[in-house]
Design a protein around this ligand. Sequence first.
Ligand SMILES: *Cc1c(COP(=O)(O)O)cnc(C)c1O
Length: 349
Amino acid sequence: MDIRKLVKKEVSDLKAYNAKGIPCRIKLDANESPFGFADAVKRIAGIKTNRYPDPEAKALKRLIAKDLEVKPENILFGNGSDELIYYLITTFGGPVSYPVPTFAMYGIIGQALGEKKIEIPLDKDFDLDVDRFLTVIAREKPGLLFLSSPNNPTGNCFSTDRILKIIEASQGIIVVDEAYQPFSGEAGMLPLLKDYRNLVIMRTLSKIGLAALRVGFMIADPEIINEVNKVRLPFNLNSFSQAVAAAALKQKKEFRISVETIVSERERLLEEMEMIEGITPFPSEANFILFRMEDPDFIYAALLKKGILVRNVKDAVKGCLRVTAGTPKENTAFLKALKEIARCFAQER
Ligand SMILES: *Cc1c(COP(=O)(O)O)cnc(C)c1O
C-alpha cells in the first residue's frame, strides 16, 4: 500500500519544519535564551498527576493579564504560539497572507490546512511593501494576515504607520506576532489593541528563557478569543507548564536582567561583527542578528567545525546566516571564531 497516496495533497507536498538537533558545543541557532529558570521547576512539587490540567490556565492567565494590563478575557493560550497559528487559521480561514522572508510556520500551517498562501516580498529595507499589501487586500481579501514584528529572521520591526495602514484596509484578521517584543526598543502594538477589533497580538515565553514549556498566548478582543477557543483542544497547556511558567514569571528581576543582558550582548555582537571584513550584520530589535557574507555555506560549516551552531537562512535571505545572542562567553567565542574564519576566507581568495 502506498501511504503517500492516502495523504492529502497539501500535506504530501509539504516539507516538515526543520527542527532536528545538530550536535554542537555552543548553540546559537534557535533564538532561545541562554538564561533558564531552574528554580521555578523546583517549586512545583505539589502537582496532581492524576488530574487533568486547568483547561483555562486561570492562574497563569491572571498573572499575564496583570503584567500586560489587559483583562483575562483578552488572553488565550497555545502550546507555543505555533499552536495558536493553527487555531487562528482553523477559525478564520484563508487566504493566508504574510511578508517574506518571515517565520516559516504561517506558510506551513496555512498549506496543511488547505488554505491559499499569498507571500508578499519585503522592501529593500526589510519593511512592509504597503502598496502590494493594499493590492492583495483589495483583490484577494485575505482572511488572515500574519506580521512578525520584530521579524524573524531579519530582526527589524515593521514601521507602525505601515502596519496601521494595512490594519485599516483589511476586512480580515491581522495577527502581529510579537515573539521578540521583550527585546525591542519600540512600543509594539499592545497600546493600539483597543482601537482595532480585528487586531490579534501573539506573544510567547519561548524566547525569554522558557522554550521548554511551550507557552504562547494571544491577546485580542474577547469576541475573537471566544471564537478561537472553540477550536482549541481542551487541555492544550499541561499542568507542569502552567505551574513552572507562573513560578518563573514571578521572578521579575531575573527576567529583566536576562533580557537586558541579551539586548546589550546583541548590540556588542552587532558592533564587533560590523568590523569584520566580508561580514555585513543587520541591526536588530530581537535576540538574534542576521548577517550577510559571500559564502554562507562555507562560514556555516566552518563555525560548526569549531562547535558553534548558527542558523543557515540563505534560502530565505540571500547570502545570510542568523546568530542568536548567547551568554557573554558564548558570544565572545562566536566572534573569535567568525573573525578567524573570515580572515582565512579572505586569504584563500
Ligand atoms: C519562535 C517564534 C515563534 C514560535 O514560538 P513558540 O511559542 O515557541 O511556538 C512564533 N513566531 C515567531 C516569529 C518566532 O520566531
